[in-house]
Design a protein around this ligand. Structure first.
Ligand code: SAM
Length: 284
């Protein structure tokens, strides 16, 4: 972040917060800039996928299960550079479809496909507008790991998931826990409360966490604003129920899914939920 946090982090104005599409357009530009970091991870991703490996956490593999013979098509929403998408292929999906709105991310995904020969299709789209030709075709819709925070209309997101699922399809979400935004480590590695307002709605920011994207070749002040929010657990579950998904399992996990809390003492980890998962199906 810059020297003056107010210049790089602020609440969205009421006008901004009222315009979902404009917030998504800004976030899309910011993610296209951030794809630069994923370019550096491409060689490792090629090696991982070629070796038959998976980038998914053990808990995700457990929730998704063995896809061999059970999954003609898996659709990964907010697929970024495709590493997690092709992990689903290595888990046994016959075909994978990755959806993301960043052209630069999907260029990387296409390079990953070319290098691995994976049966993958990349769809450039906002997840709120996935093409109707995909409707009813997903035996698995998978998403998460830093996805929901960028979305500004969860009801439309959930309706899109219900639309993509085949009649027997499953939905698996593994995502950062919203409560994660309320906790940080002090200099001794103990948990302390942040100033984040759990119920505040979208905030606009420039710059990226050093543990994740870090500095880009574009100076922070010149980067696009991006809009993010911690959707509460209640908002996520209510949106999925509103789309008539039948939820089978909602679980909270202490897993630090992006390494953002690695400066917390080991003995203090494990008592704060840092991620959660949801498994659901289409309601017939
Ligand atoms: C943190 S990444 C997703 C995590 C992914 N598993 C990975 O490999 O890192 C977030 C992705 O969501 C995409 N994204 C954000 N908002 C989106 C939207 N409304 N529609 C489609 N893609 C979106 C971004 O372009 C970015 O590639």
């Amino acid at each position: 972040m810059g020297d003056d946090p107010a210049e790089t982090l602020r609440p969205a104005t009421p006008a901004e917060a009222g315009d979902v599409r404009a917030m998504h357009a800004a976030t899309r530009a910011a993610w296209d800039e951030a794809a630069e970091r994923y370019e550096g991870w491409l060689a490792g991703a090629i090696e991982l996928i070629r070796s038959g490996g998976t980038n998914l956490f053990g808990v995700e593999v457990e929730l998704i299960g063995d896809l061999h013979g059970r999954c003609r098509r898996a659709i990964h929403l907010q697929c970024a550079g495709g590493r997690d998408t092709l992990s689903l292929w290595n888990l046994g999906a016959e075909e994978v479809v990755g959806v993301d709105f960043s052209p630069r991310m999907l260029e990387l995904a296409a390079r990953l496909t070319a290098a691995t020969g994976a049966p993958a299709r990349w769809v450039l789209s906002d997840v709120l507008d996935t093409p109707h030709e995909l409707d009813g075709t997903a035996d698995l819709v998978y998403t998460g790991r830093g996805s929901l925070m960028w979305l500004q209309d969860l009801d439309a997101w959930a309706a899109g998931i219900a639309r993509l699922l085949s009649p027997t399809g499953r939905f698996v979400l593994f995502e950062g826990h919203p409560i994660e935004w309320l906790f940080d480590a002090n200099e001794d590695g103990h948990w302390v409360a942040t100033d984040y307002d759990y119920f505040a709605g979208p905030e606009a920011s420039k710059g990226w966490a050093p543990e994740y994207i870090d500095r880009l070749s574009i100076p922070e002040a010149e980067q696009s604003w991006k809009f993010a929010r911690a959707w509460t657990l209640g908002e996520v579950i209510t949106a999925l129920l509103g789309a008539s998904l039948r939820l089978e399992r909602v679980t909270e996990h202490p897993i630090d899914w992006w390494g953002g809390h690695s400066d917390v003492r080991p003995e203090e980890r494990g008592r704060v939920p840092l991620s959660f998962s949801v498994v659901g199906r289409r309601q017939e």
